[in-house]
Design a protein. Structure first.
Length: 618
């Protein structure tokens, strides 16, 4: 289904005050501690494993964040969507609670312009981006999360116009491990998770399963849910190759009241995703490395709206990719994708399509500057082809770096954009792919031990896809129709200051402050457009974690957001966790300030909620 975001007239806020008691108190503590003498801290040198090249983050000419396992463990969250809520510039908009349904945009772009990967394989749903987070993998399986923003995302293939999220799973353990976790909380929330892993010689096996349920967080509303998921991975690795086989399954059944129509519109939905993928990397010699991937996903979606007949959809997606890497400087590759849909709510019931791409990327270190870039050719059987270049440059200045990049990317229409046939929403077979030109200039600095990153950026999208109505269609209360609007230009800046390194001696495990500002110019020939004017204008995030004792820590995440179509709101989450030899316990409070806002759709976001967690590791 395509959701309807509540549309209001955009307005300019006279002033934005993001300093409330939690932010003021937390910042004051950090400021006092920063006044101590700083020690030298190196810029981040974690590795990312993208589609085209591997380089240290600090050497890349693109905006990249990496959340490793230790970062994730500091957050009082138990699902992937809630973990991403606290990454600068990400717009994680949820219908319901605890990742029931998630739309994730980056730097003001639509959720359809974010590419989701698991171990580098494509997970975007061909029917609708509303299903991109029907991921058959539990948070406990994640080793790290890689986030690429801006032009650099164009190197990962179509639909990464604004950014890429790559979820990297665990590939080995020390011997064997087994984890079990139980949770309980507000509104009869409960979750049970088990995970086992074993490494013996060159072989590793991982198996995990989880079930999560909750009643409605609004009395009398249909917002309860049950989520069941399981995942198995086999890894074989030696000096010459690494092979990964993954199987995944997720079943979500949830009340969808207010998801797609007015707040009183009762609805239920059930989605199921089955996933099989395999990757193989062959290290031929010191200069040449080959890798291949195959990927199949099947997604079922049943939507029950009031007394009407249910809408039933099934999609299949296949992907095959082959790459050759030469001396870690040059990559050549080919990717093939095929997608189909069989649905009771699209024109002519069945459709299929193919798209292919060939690509090359290169990176060179010339001492005084570092260069990186790619070029790809995308052939889409909708009748169009696209030439998509990306280029970046990094200028190291001592322990500081200045970088600049630019790129072109494309977003293919979803099956709903093309063929949806419902009373309130109509697809359009003539809709064209979106094209985006992106530019960014930024710096990574070490200011007296405070790691600081700042960037200014601009994104120009032509043929942006939205659900629109003309003045005549508004007067007749006709359906919204998928169309290409003229353009959406977004410009802005983001800045991040991380003082964790210099404050570690005082027990701080995390101390960072980020701010993102977006300015959107929207040009359309239509009287109404549903999605394009609901992005945030301001976002500020303060993340703190403090080790009270060696095993006991407290965490605080505070976020302010102000959107173009609604007033600002403040979210404050708190967590307390103690880790002992083979077990841990934790308590968490979400939305402590009980902020009232609509995250997505027409239904209010959850208010204050509490959760208790008990886990054991063997």
């Amino acid at each position: 289904m395509h959701a309807d975001i509540h549309q209001q007239t955009p307005k300019t806020m006279a002033s934005v005050n993001v300093v409330t008691k939690p932010l003021l108190l937390s910042t004051a503590v950090v400021s006092v501690l920063i006044s101590s003498q700083a020690k030298a801290i190196e810029l981040d040198t974690q590795q990312i494993t993208g589609q085209l090249f591997d380089q240290p983050v600090a050497e890349q000419a693109f905006a990249v964040d990496v959340l490793d396992r230790s970062d994730i463990d500091l957050l009082p969250v138990t699902n992937i969507a809630d973990a991403l809520e606290w990454v600068s510039g990400l717009d994680v908009r949820q219908r319901g609670s605890s990742g029931t349904q998630v739309d994730l945009g980056i730097r003001g772009a639509s959720y359809e312009q974010t590419l989701i990967l698991v171990d580098g394989v494509r997970m975007n749903d061909p029917q609708s981006g509303h299903h991109n987070f029907d991921l058959p993998i539990v948070l406990e399986d994640i080793e790290r999360i890689e986030i690429v923003r801006g032009p650099g995302a164009g190197q990962y293939g179509p639909n990464g116009n604004a950014g890429v999220i790559n979820l990297v799973t665990r590939k080995s353990v020390d011997g064997r491990s087994a984890k079990a976790q139980l949770e309980a909380g507000s509104k009869d929330y409960d979750r049970a998770m088990v995970s086992v892993g074993k490494t013996s010689g060159n072989w590793s096996h991982f198996l995990s399963a989880a079930q999560q349920t909750s009643d409605s967080y609004i009395k009398g509303a249909d917002l309860d849910y049950t989520i069941q998921q399981g995942n198995y991975r086999m890894v074989h690795s030696n000096d010459t190759h690494t092979t990964v086989l993954g199987l995944g399954y997720i079943d979500k059944g949830f009340g969808a009241q207010g998801f797609y129509a007015g707040p009183d519109a009762r609805a239920n939905e059930n989605t199921i995703q089955r996933h099989v993928y395999a990757t193989h990397e062959q290290r031929v010699n010191d200069l040449l490395k080959l890798d291949a991937a195959i990927n199949w996903r099947q997604h079922d979606d049943e939507f029950f709206y009031m007394a009407y007949a249910p809408s039933v959809h099934q999609t299949n997606a296949w992907q095959a990719r082959l790459r050759a890497h030469l001396n870690n400087q040059l990559t050549l590759g080919y990717e093939y994708n095929k997608e189909d849909i069989d649905s009771t709510s699209v024109l002519n019931n069945k459709h299929e399509r193919e798209y292919n791409s060939v690509f090359a990327s290169a990176s060179y270190d010339l001492d005084v500057v570092q260069l990186a870039g790619s070029v790809s050719y995308l052939d889409y059987d909708g009748g169009d082809s696209y030439f998509l270049p990306v280029a970046g440059i990094t200028l190291p200045i001592g322990n500081q770096q200045i970088y600049a990049n630019a790129g072109k990317s494309a977003r293919l229409p979803t099956m709903n954009d093309l063929y949806l046939n419902q009373r309130a929403n109509q697809g359009n077979p003539d809709v064209k792919a979106e094209e985006t030109d992106s530019y960014e200039v930024g710096a990574r600095l070490n200011l007296a031990g405070i790691l600081t990153r700042a960037a200014v950026f601009k994104r120009e999208t032509t043929n942006a896809i939205d659900y629109t109505r003309t003045a005549e269609e508004v007067a007749a209360d006709s359906a919204f129709i998928s169309r290409n609007i003229e353009s959406i230009d977004t410009k802005g800046f983001d800045i991040e200051a991380d003082a964790t390194g210099i404050l570690a001696q005082y027990g701080l495990q995390k101390a960072s402050l980020t701010y993102t500002r977006l300015i959107q110019d929207f040009s359309t020939q239509y009287a109404q457009a549903r999605y394009s004017q609901s992005q945030f204008e301001h976002q500020a995030i303060l993340s703190l974690a403090y080790g009270i004792t060696q095993n006991l820590s407290v965490s605080s995440q505070y976020k302010f957001e102000n959107r173009y179509d609604q007033n600002g709101y403040r979210i404050w989450n708190l967590g307390l966790k103690q880790s002992l030899e083979n077990w841990h316990w934790a308590v968490a409070a979400n939305n402590v300030l009980n902020a009232e806002y609509i995250d997505s759709g027409y239904i209010d976001a959850p208010g204050t909620a509490y959760r208790f967690e008990l886990g054991a590791e063997f």
